[in-house]
Ligand binder design. Structure first.
Ligand SMILES: Cc1cc2nc3c(=O)[nH]c(=O)nc-3n(C[C@H](O)[C@H](O)[C@H](O)COP(=O)(O)OP(=O)(O)OC[C@H]3O[C@@H](n4cnc5c(N)ncnc54)[C@H](O)[C@@H]3O)c2cc1C
Length: 324
């Protein structure tokens, strides 16, 4: 959606519609601010909800490594609002390039920097390559969209570092085929209005770019740390809550943390190579097996399609009509 291939209705369904045939499910729109572990109450900004069992799945947000001011210049992709904002930035960059007389400024309009080559960054950069090379082909008169420079910057030595090296190598080849310039072992040291500063070893480089997108880090929602502190559980540096094999918190069979907020360290065998997302998607399976949870807990195998399945069910289309 962030690159214009899908519309919001293709990827999100209102919660009320999803559970309307489950009379024992009630949806409450509210912000949770804390947990009274002893009194078994979820504290809301404007009220509270008592519970017997609490399943916390408040997910994660982007992390700017202590530079929150970068967020306005380099938005991240997590919510529908993020996606529509990014889509507007990308398409207006091509429009600005079409009108720009100055060659250097036109180049900056047509330079896109994606920071972080995990699943989100790699997918974003690849989709940008598809837009530039295919979707927008023949739509402009003064610029050639396929001349856009798409830079994918990654601090470690390979893209998709959580996956097996062979898959990283394949992804790097596919990205190159889509015209994406991959820079590994490269750090972004500054994000400004007019671009980014990159550092590779001792060498610094300033890249003028109108569009910078952030996919370099996430941190758990603040409620994770709040619950962990109240229940005596651990968190990692990113604020994910360390869970038991059945996704409960130690000593609290009534408290579950699932999804992106959970840090599951019990994987063994070859599966430990799976991405954090794959591990998260298995969370529902564990939840279901624990015997304590409700049936139809979110995130089970059948309910959480893999990245590949999402693609098959509606990957980026090339028709310009789908941009709306
Ligand atoms: C661009 C992108 C592409 C992805 N593609 C895939 C894919 O193809 N396949 C795949 O398996 N995974 C994919 N993922 C990952 C997947 O989206 C996440 O793993 C999944 O959404 C995690 O679900 P969750 O329920 O833990 O958290 P979220 O989906 O983040 O949901 C958390 C919810 O909690 C709400 N919330 C947060 N704090 C509070 C609070 N204090 N009070 C009340 N509500 C609160 C938030 O508003 C949000 O609605 C992708 C992620 C991104 C960003």
């Amino acid at each position: 959606m962030a690159t214009g291939g899908l519309s919001p209705a293709n990827i999100a369904t209102p919660l009320r519609a999803l559970v309307k045939r489950q009379p024992n499910v009630r949806v409450v729109l509210a912000g949770a601010s804390g947990v009274d572990v002893v009194g078994r109450r979820l504290l809301l900004e404007d009220g509270e909800v008592p519970y017997d069992t609490l399943v916390l799945a408040t997910g994660a947000r982007h992390s700017y490594f202590g530079r929150p001011e970068w967020e306005a210049r380099a938005p991240g992709l997590k919510t529908l609002e993020d996606a529509t904002g990014i889509r507007a930035r990308i398409l207006s960059a091509f429009e600005a390039a079409e009108r720009e007389e100055d060659e250097a400024r036109r180049r900056a309009h047509l330079t896109f920097v994606v920071v972080g080559a995990g699943p989100t960054g790699a997918e974003l950069a690849g989709a940008l390559g598809e837009i530039a090379r295919h979707t927008l082909r023949d739509e402009f008169r003064r610029i050639d969209p396929s001349a856009a420079r798409i830079l994918l910057v990654e601090g470690t030595d390979r893209v998709l570092g959580a996956y097996a090296p062979a898959l990283s190598a394949r992804a790097a080849r596919d990205l190159a085929r889509l015209g994406v310039e991959v820079r590994t072992k490269t750090l972004v040291t500054d994000v400004r209005e007019d671009g980014v500063t990159l550092r590779q070893g001792e060498t610094e480089e300033v890249v003028k770019a109108r569009t910078v997108l952030w996919a370099a880090g996430v941190e758990g929602s603040p409620l994770g740390r709040i619950l962990a502190a109240a229940a005596g559980a651990g968190t990692d540096r990113a604020g994910r809550v360390v869970v038991e094999p059945d996704l409960t918190l130690p000593g609290h069979p009534e408290l579950f943390v699932v999804g992106d907020l959970a840090l599951f360290t019990h994987q063994t065998g070859s599966r430990s190579r799976a991405s954090p997302r794959s591990r998260c998607s298995r969370g529902g399976t564990w939840r279901g097996r624990s015997g304590r949870g409700s049936r139809g807990a979110p995130g089970g195998r059948s309910g959480t399609p893999t990245r590949g399945a999402w693609r098959r069910s509606g990957g980026p289309r090339r028709s310009p009509r789908s941009r709306g």
